[in-house]
Design a protein around this ligand. Structure first.
Ligand SMILES: Nc1ncnc2c1ncn2[C@@H]1O[C@H](COP(=O)(O)OP(=O)(O)OP(=O)(O)O)[C@@H](O)[C@H]1O
Ligand SMILES: [Mg+2]
Length: 312
């Protein structure tokens, strides 16, 4: 079924951008806020946040956030840090400094990226790597930095003998100690934890925050409500339930972010076609566009969809 007066592409783009831009808070946000709160103390008089010191030597702690690709790690940490009342930036302070791991990831390139993220514009060429990390520590102190967040942190720890992983971990450890210590948050795919958890010092200093997989038994209500609300917002009739929800979860590799992305892609296709009801076919076409697979491997078309193996 199509509408008499089809919406312009521009209107559709705006409608889709509207749903894509909205953050959906779930239980995961509450759990992350709790994990963060454990590490941050807020001075009641000044409302200024600072890392909780966990040892008599004044060590802060960190969090390692892991989930599969597209699970929603970046969104979750970004939102969690932005919502924390003690981490609001001011004209003179920068309580959160965040970077995405540069490529190639070396002690030097990470220090350069972090210095840039603190707003540092001076030249680094004449400094040794050690001096750059010292400068970073000074910048953190000056800016009242509480959290240093490193996203895509799995790229810091490639396999192979050339990896600077042990040095990087030692450097983070020293940033978590002493005057001006910061909380280090690392986020990345599952291999991040596997690459570094063998280290006893890592296990002691960081808590692992693993985003649980989406399952039909625990999350079908949430996913379904989301789909209905997305449809309402863009003026589409929601699809018939059937086993569509289970297929979405399977096609989304049980990852929250990928489930959302599929719904939005299917909605976009429906709107561009001028259809008034969201249907399984829109999901199937979105899946074709994303995965470039055959009909028999399309989770939304195949009767044996649940046994289709998807590339991680
Ligand atoms: N709570 C949420 N509300 C709305 N959209 C979300 C939410 N969490 C994730 N998404 C969406 O899911 C997609 C994947 O999220 P995100 O980029 O945060 O995942 P990621 O795990 O960091 O992915 P990658 O492994 O590629 O870095 C994005 O389009 C994002 O907007
Ligand atoms: Mg990410």
């Amino acid at each position: 079924m199509t509408t008499d007066t089809q919406r312009s592409k521009q209107e559709i783009r705006a409608a889709v951008a509207g749903i894509r831009g909205s953050y959906i808070a779930t239980k995961r946000d509450g759990y992350f806020a709790t994990a963060l709160d454990r590490l941050i103390a807020t001075n009641e008089q000044t409302a200024i946040a600072e890392p909780v010191r966990f040892t008599s030597t004044g060590e802060a702690r960190g969090i390692i956030v892991v989930d599969g690709a597209g699970g929603g790690k970046t969104s979750l940490v970004q939102r969690g840090l932005a919502m924390h009342p003690g981490l609001k930036p001011s004209e003179t302070s920068r309580p959160v400094v965040s970077i995405t791991v540069p490529n190639p990831a070396t002690l030097k390139s990470v220090a350069q990226e972090a210095l840039k993220a603190t707003g540092y514009t001076g030249g680094e060429k004449k400094r040794t790597v050690w001096e750059m990390w010292e400068l970073l520590r000074e910048r953190f102190k000056m800016l009242g930095t509480v959290v240093f967040w490193i996203d895509e942190a799995h790229d810091l720890f490639p396999h192979g003998s050339k990896s600077e992983a042990p040095h990087i971990l030692k450097t983070f450890k020293s940033l978590m100690q002493g005057d001006g210590a910061v909380i280090v948050i690392l986020s990345g795919i599952e291999s991040l934890w596997d690459s570094i958890s063998f280290d006893h010092q890592v296990q002691r200093r960081y808590s692992k925050f693993e985003l649980p997989p989406v399952t039909a038994s625990t999350d079908s209500n949430l996913i379904w409500k989301l789909m209905v609300s997305f449809c309402e917002r863009v003026g589409l009739e929601p699809p018939k339930a059937g086993d569509l929800l289970e297929r979405i979860i399977h096609a989304g590799r049980k990852r929250f972010g990928l489930c959302i992305e599929q719904m939005i892609s299917a909605i976009e296709i429906a709107l561009l076609r001028g259809d008034t009801t969201l249907a399984a076919q829109h999901f199937a076409d979105a899946f074709f566009a994303q995965e470039a697979c055959s009909v028999s491997d399309n989770v939304f078309l195949s009767p044996r969809w649940s046994s289709i193996k998807l590339i991680a």
